[in-house]
Design a protein around this ligand. Structure first.
Ligand code: FE
Ligand code: FE
Ligand code: ZN
Length: 279
């Protein structure tokens, strides 16, 4: 099964996202749990969720990905900012149980001069405080481009967080193709080597999802600017290899390319022509 979708606006609720997904040929999608710049979350409407879950079942949707606000910093030095990250993640995880067995993805954070190890220790501490043994949600650390003091732009740093998590089956990694390329990994000409390296350091069993994006910038630019598929420095041939790679093809793919719904529909249709098992 090819699980393919994109980032959708959560403004009109879950049922509306499910309808949008169907309209563009998607069977998975990603959404922000609240305003990406932070702030309070909307109250969840049970009826909306129930209607969505029915649609998802009937249409055999795959795993839905919630994305934490990208401003939260789980490695922050400032106690108020750290507290905000803690409260937000904890509240989001509680709400995620209304749509159980899905993913919650977040950007590991910025150490802001405290040093990578201190940043990692803070992320670990926070995660071990918020993760509960009975939660059904899997928390994913996203691979990052390495802007400034960003943590998570190499596999070693992700491993350093993951190996310290008490309930280790509740955490994994979401690989963003734009970000890893921007971080310096050559997924264009050496995809096998990059995945071997991931397997050696983190373990491929920890890889749970892919953010599928092209990149406006050259490899190792550390800029994090997404591009439409085939219009960036990764290119359509590499994208084709990624979605068909034996180690990746069963994972859900989420597009975060600069598109509206019609643009996403076109990219999804194109990707389906690349796959042998698309329906
Ligand atoms: Fe992200
Ligand atoms: Fe991403
Ligand atoms: Zn990005």
């Amino acid at each position: 099964m090819f699980y393919i979708g994109c980032h959708l606006s959560a403004a009109k609720g879950f049922f509306s996202m499910g309808k949008d997904a169907l309209k563009i040929g998607a069977n998975v999608f990603q959404f922000f749990t609240r305003n990406p710049r932070g702030g309070t979350a909307k109250k969840i409407d049970r009826n909306d969720v129930d209607e969505f879950l029915k649609t998802a079942r009937e249409n055999r949707f795959g795993i839905i990905m919630a994305h934490a606000p990208y401003t939260l910093n789980a490695a922050a030095k400032d106690p108020d900012i750290y507290r905000f990250a803690f409260d937000t993640i904890q509240d989001d995880l509680k709400r995620m149980e209304l749509i159980p067995y899905n993913y919650y993805n977040f950007h590991p954070g910025f150490h802001l001069g405290q040093g990578v190890q201190t940043g990692i220790d803070k992320i670990v501490f926070l995660l071990n405080k918020v993760i509960t043994e009975k939660q059904t949600t899997t928390i994913l650390l996203e691979t990052m481009a390495g802007k400034g003091t960003e943590i998570g732009s190499n596999f070693e740093e992700l491993k350093a967080v993951l190996e310290k998590i008490i309930f280790s089956d509740k955490v994994g990694v979401c690989l963003d193709t734009c970000h890893v390329f921007d971080a310096g990994y050559d997924i264009v000409t050496r995809l096998d080597d990059v995945l071997d390296e991931f397997d050696r350091i983190v373990g491929l069993k920890k890889l749970k999802a892919i953010h599928l994006n092209d990149s406006k910038n050259l490899r190792a630019s550390h800029k994090d600017r997404h591009e439409k598929l085939g219009q960036g420095c990764i290119g359509i041939d590499a994208i084709r290899r990624i979605i068909n790679h034996p180690s990746l093809r069963s994972l859900p793919f989420y597009l975060e390319t600069p598109n509206q719904l019609d643009g996403y529909a076109k990219e999804i249709a194109l990707l389906k022509t690349f796959r042998t098992d698309s329906e």
